[in-house]
Design a protein around this ligand. Structure first.
Ligand code: FES
Length: 156
């Protein structure tokens, strides 16, 4: 068994109600739910792997791919949407050559969106590794990625 997973499972009894907290602990430790560990978790809980995935995919909080060292979360809530959040997302996608929900090949950046970051007056907003970026413009996005040119594609 994976040593780190074993450390997580030690604090659980292996009953069905442990599943969500175990998945949360795994994601908190690894940053996502590594597929190779899910079989061990399903054996520990005593449920089929398909059932585990059924539960895990039901909750938006769980992800099955790793996040980048710089995890970008762009708000797509109403206020940000009205202020052009879609243009911000498109620009980031172009710069990084990934789509929402993906991570760059070198695991430097990942991109996802949320419903509201709770700072609507500062729309459009995003969060990079828990730091809020507000009143974003396309220029800000260009500037943000100009530091790491090897990993990006310029806006046309
Ligand atoms: S809608 Fe974007 S912060 Fe609330």
């Amino acid at each position: 068994m994976n040593k780190e997973l074993n450390g997580i499972l030690l604090s659980y009894q292996g009953v069905e109600s442990d599943l969500i907290p175990i998945l949360q602990d795994i994601q908190s430790h690894f940053g996502y739910l590594p597929g190779k560990l899910m079989k061990e978790v399903s054996s520990f809980i005593g449920i089929p792997e398909s059932e585990l995935y059924g539960v895990a995919t039901f909750y938006q909080q769980f992800r099955f791919t790793p996040i980048g060292r710089q995890h970008i979360v762009v708000c797509e809530g109403t206020a940000c949407h009205v202020k052009g959040a879609n243009k911000i997302i498109e620009s980031i996608e172009r710069h990084l050559n990934i789509k929402k929900g993906e991570v760059t090949f070198d695991l430097e950046y990942s991109l996802e969106s949320v419903g509201c970051l709770g700072c609507c007056a500062l729309a459009p907003c995003a969060m990079i590794n828990h730091e809020i970026k507000s009143n974003l413009t396309l220029k800000d996005i260009k500037k943000l990625f100009s530091k790491n040119k090897d990993n990006i594609i310029e806006d046309s």
